[in-house]
Unconditional design. Structure first.
Length: 403
């Protein structure tokens, strides 16, 4: 089978996902076009250079609706002969775009692809698409639906994680992200987003709070306690699925959960011939991809079974992985991953994660693949695994290897 290589990976800075956020003036199409233009310019892509643009985003409604990928191509400087495919696997949409592109290349369906995603959470609110899993009574009752924050607290309760452990992980995420920015570790990947006059709008992640400490987090009230314990009483729904739990321990709050932000990212993927044709050197090969479905109530444990699956499917052990990117949707997600595999926390999210820098839903999967690649190169490591939990109970993973 043809090998699929990563030739480039870049992203926007992450802006605060609210009206006063630096990226708020841009639509999803506009930000996507800027990212596609950066890929084109950095890699000298002229004409019908890639087979397709595969673009993930989660809330596919309003200005993020339709085939956002095709709209972004037409708004960009790419050749109009390049089509576009919009996909949605919730929080893993950006990763699934990369994995799908890689597997298309492996199967011989084109030499090169641009894959990634975008989410402008400050302009198109999460949940505004009225997803059936949350609003269809029959499906919600059948799946014992609870909001994701409740699911994160179920993980903490089921696997014994304390508020202090979650807060400590959050403080460390902030510290690592601040250090990474201070040392220029994102310089290769983060592009400056400019306005129509070429003036900078945002050139670094805006959401970070490097002054965060245990004391400041200790003052925050649990964010999901009221919705769990009062009407509609999601804790009771959860305990119908998990009757052995006496109560749900609500440990998550804004400080140890991922931030609501705007952002986008892209990965340039191709076979060997693609690189030769465009004079590009591959940075890594995509060694393996995987996805899996999991319990939709606890919902966010997917990184564990999908990692078991991707390793088993490709004859690997957890010890074969040098570095890990596990999306910090909530602190308990990462704590559970580390507990399940006994991995050294120093190897997980080396440069911080979504708790510190934010989680632009449809883009995050592509972001963490790029972050992983940059860190493999910086640290002179070989193999890395990126994985995310996914709404409705799924998991996705990608293993990359430097070349």
């Amino acid at each position: 089978m043809t090998e699929a290589y990563i030739y480039d990976a870049l992203r926007s800075p992450r802006g605060k996902g609210r009206p006063d956020g630096a990226l708020h003036e841009l639509t999803s199409v506009a930000l996507s076009a800027k990212i596609l233009n950066a890929v084109k310019a950095r890699n000298g892509l002229e004409g019908h250079a890639v087979e397709d643009v595969i673009w993930g985003n989660v809330t596919q409604v309003g200005e993020q609706g339709g085939c956002l990928a095709r709209s972004a191509v037409l708004a960009s400087d790419l050749d109009e002969a390049i089509p576009g495919l919009a996909i949605n696997r919730f929080c893993a949409s950006g990763m699934e775009a990369v994995n799908l592109a890689a597997n298309q290349v492996r199967g011989g369906a084109g030499d090169g692809y641009i894959a990634g995603g975008v989410e402008m959470m400050g302009r198109v609110a999460m949940g505004s698409d009225g997803a059936a899993i949350a609003v269809d009574p029959h499906l919600a009752m059948k799946s014992y639906f609870v909001p994701q924050g409740i699911s994160a607290d179920i993980i903490a309760t089921e696997y014994g994680f304390t508020r202090d452990e979650a807060d400590a992980l959050a403080v460390e995420s902030q510290r690592r992200a601040a250090q990474a920015w201070a040392e220029g570790r994102f310089a290769k990947s983060v592009i400056d987003i400019t306005d129509q006059n070429g003036l900078s709008i945002l050139d670094r992640d805006e959401y970070m709070r490097p002054q965060t400490d245990m004391q400041s987090l200790g003052s925050l009230k649990p964010a999901f306690k009221d919705m769990g314990e009062t009407m509609p009483g999601f804790d009771k729904i959860a305990m119908l699925k998990y009757p052995h739990l006496a109560k749900i321990n609500h440990i998550h709050h804004a400080g140890n959960s991922s931030g609501i932000v705007d952002g986008g990212a892209a990965v340039l993927i191709g076979n060997k011939e693609f690189g030769i044709r465009h004079g590009l050197k591959p940075r890594a090969r995509i060694r393996a991809t995987a996805k899996i479905g999991t319990d939709p109530t606890i919902m966010l444990t997917g990184p564990v079974p999908v990692t078991h699956k991707i390793l088993a499917d490709h004859g690997m052990q957890i010890s074969d992985i040098d570095l890990f990117e596990v999306n910090e949707a909530f602190a308990s997600v990462v704590l559970r991953f580390q507990q399940a595999f006994g991995v050294d926390p120093a190897l997980v999210n080396v440069n911080g994660g979504s708790i510190a820098m934010g989680h632009p839903l449809g883009a995050t999967g592509a972001i963490i693949i790029g972050t992983l690649l940059d860190e493999l190169e910086r640290a002179d490591k070989e193999v890395g695994l990126a994985t995310l939990c996914i709404a409705s109970g799924m998991g996705a993973a990608t293993i990359i290897e430097r070349v």
